[in-house]
Design a binder for this molecule. Sequence first.
Ligand code: 5GP
Length: 120
Amino acid sequence: ATLPYDDQNVFAKILRGEIPNRTVYEDEWALAFHDINPQAPLHVLVIPKGAYVSWDDFSARALDEEIAGFVRAVGHVARAHDLVVPGYRLLANVGGHGHQEVPHLHVHLFGGRPLGPMLA
Ligand code: 5GP
């Protein structure tokens, strides 16, 4: 059972232009913007434009072109910020145990410093 999508979540408001954001990339399928509370020199959030809560929701309901567009946007942001050679980290928090705070699917992209070992 998928959680219902909450139209009032903060990323929905960002997508509607109701809350400002520092956009780094946007296309038909995805929006990427700086996290308001950065945990690394570069901390970008990449979100699909569709109304999806989680990876299970997205992978079950999204069209292949939406999924491709979202994944391509992540790669675009990494290349555009010259992170390919130094490297970077992608992280997705999902649900309660995953400590997801905003119920709109997103990937965190961290870069700009050695990030250390992954935390569980
Ligand atoms: P989560 O725990 O859901 O994976 O992380 C949500 C992220 O969204 C947090 O890193 C938080 O700093 C960020 N965030 C929350 N509200 C806003 C906002 O209004 N604007 C931006 N740019 N980021 C936000």
